[in-house]
Structure formats: structure tokens, C-alpha cells
Ligand binder design. Structure first.
Ligand SMILES: [Zn+2]
Length: 266
């Protein structure tokens, strides 16, 4: 028996080593295949994934709207796109992100998603994070508190039904951005209690205004350079935004910025 025990331990040790080797190989393969599917070896790429946890104190980020923002290093940028899925312009943005192998967060509008459920599924299938932006994009400060909550809830339930087949009281991805950044204290308190993260922004291109893609690109880059880190707000339903995103990503790469992909914890 005494002689058998070391053999057994040895076998188990060997099995464990084999399992670790297989795991290491699998991880290596996953890394390699990720690189292989990227069409350009010099692509911008996603530098890191930031898992976002919402505690009992809630999470309100974006210095345009709140005192603090995400824990980002110098040169780190989070890409966010609002108001889609919007059809052709969203497809252009998706193609640009895919060409550079970067992931973004799309704050989608429920009624837009209901019109284009397949496009919503394609955004999610491409690995992007789906946040929420209400059902109708009504400025919520113009509604009663209960009507505003109903519009927000209907938005994320519409999206979750399309993506997961079910809709619960709390969204599958607890990320929300107020339409027009128009928040009220009762709505913020409710989202905090539901542990839904509320996203403002640290910089934007003012792309809701008419602009040429060139002027928009210059404005976005100037604002990113001034702050060096943060959450960028763009709108994938804007043609001038869709037109400038490929060049924006190339410029971010050339200037040494790195893209951080947000995902919900767990
Ligand atoms: Zn919006």
C-alpha cells in the first residue's frame, strides 16, 4: 500500500499537470484564434476588459455629468454608441470596429431594437456590450416618475426579450444612460437600488449637431487629447459619425490610445 500511494499521487500529479497543460494550450489557442480572426495585424485592438461592478451605493460615471468616472489609466478610452440600432449607419460602425478588433458599448433604444432585432443580435454576437437608453428616448424629466420608470423598464425588457428570450425586472446588462443626460434624483435613486450603473460621458463629439466627418473627427480628437482618458459618447445613427469612425480608430492607434471594453461583472 505504501508503495502504491506515491504512484497514485504521482498519477494524480501527472493528471493535474496534463490538465493544466491542456488548459494552457486551450488558452493559447483562444488567444491565437482571436488574433487570427483580426483581419489586420496592426489593428488597434481591445487593450483590456474592465468588469463593472455595481454595489449598494450605485455607480454613476462620466465627468460631464457626475463627480467621478471609471478607473481608467492615461490613454485609455471607452467607446460608447447611443440611439441605435439604426440600420446602415450602425452597420458601418460595426464594420469599422470589427476591422480594428475593438469592442464598444451600445446604449440602445428599445423601440429601435424592436424594429431591427436581427441587427441588435448581430451587435451582441460581435462581442459588444449592450447597454440601455430607454424605450422611446423621451426626455425623462418631461414625464412623471412612474411613466419615466415604465419607459426605462420597457426599453431594457424589449432588448432582453430579443437577446435572451426572457425579460426580468432588472436588465441582463445593468448599464443605463439617460436620454439627453436628463436625469432626476428619484430615477437615479431607483437605478441605484436596482444596482444599474448609470453612464454619463467624459467627452463627446457633439455629433448630434450637423457636421462634416472631417470636422467631427478633429473635434473628437481634440477633446480626447485634452483629457487623455475616459468614456467617449458617439451616436451610431448619425451618418457623419459612421463616416468618421474608421479614421478615428486609426488616429487613436497612431496616437497611442488604448481601448477598454466594459462588461458587467459576473
Ligand atoms: Zn440618446
Amino acid at each position: 500500500m505504501n508503495g502504491a500511494r506515491p504512484t497514485l499521487v504521482g498519477r494524480l500529479g501527472h493528471a493535474l499537470a496534463s490538465a493544466l497543460a491542456i488548459l494552457a494550450a486551450a488558452l493559447g489557442t483562444a488567444g491565437a484564434s482571436r488574433a487570427a480572426v483580426c483581419p489586420r495585424p496592426d489593428a488597434l485592438g481591445t487593450a483590456r476588459i474592465l468588469s463593472v461592478t455595481v454595489g449598494p451605493e450605485g455607480l454613476f460615471v462620466g465627468t460631464k455629468n457626475y463627480p467621478g468616472t471609471l478607473a481608467l489609466e492615461d490613454g485609455e478610452v471607452v467607446l460608447t454608441f447611443d440611439d441605435g440600432p439604426a440600420g446602415r449607419t450602425t452597420d458601418s460602425v460595426l464594420a469599422a470596429l470589427a476591422a480594428e478588433c475593438v469592442q464598444a458599448t451600445f446604449f440602445v433604444v428599445g423601440q429601435m431594437a424592436a424594429q431591427r432585432p436581427d441587427q441588435l443580435r448581430r451587435i451582441a454576437a460581435a462581442g459588444h456590450t449592450i447597454g440601455h437608453h430607454s424605450m422611446t428616448h423621451t426626455i425623462l424629466t418631461t414625464l412623471s416618475d412612474s411613466a419615466a420608470r415604465a419607459d426605462v423598464t420597457r426599453g431594457w425588457q424589449t432588448v432582453d426579450r430579443i437577446l435572451t428570450g426572457t425579460a426580468r425586472a432588472r436588465p441582463a446588462t445593468p448599464f443605463f444612460r439617460f436620454p439627453g443626460f436628463a436625469a432626476t434624483r428619484p430615477l437615479e435613486d431607483w437605478l441605484k437600488a436596482e444596482r444599474v450603473a448609470v453612464f454619463g460621458a467624459d467627452f463627446w463629439g457633439s455629433d448630434w449637431n450637423p457636421s462634416t466627418p472631417e470636422a467631427l473627427l478633429a473635434r473628437v480628437l481634440e477633446r480626447i487629447e485634452a483629457r487623455r482618458r475616459g468614456i467617449l459618447l458617439l451616436h451610431d445613427l448619425q451618418p457623419h459619425t459612421a463616416a468618421m469612425v474608421p479614421q478615428l480608430l486609426r488616429e487613436l492607434k497612431a496616437r497611442g490610445f488604448r481601448i477598454v471594453h466594459l462588461v458587467p461583472a459576473g
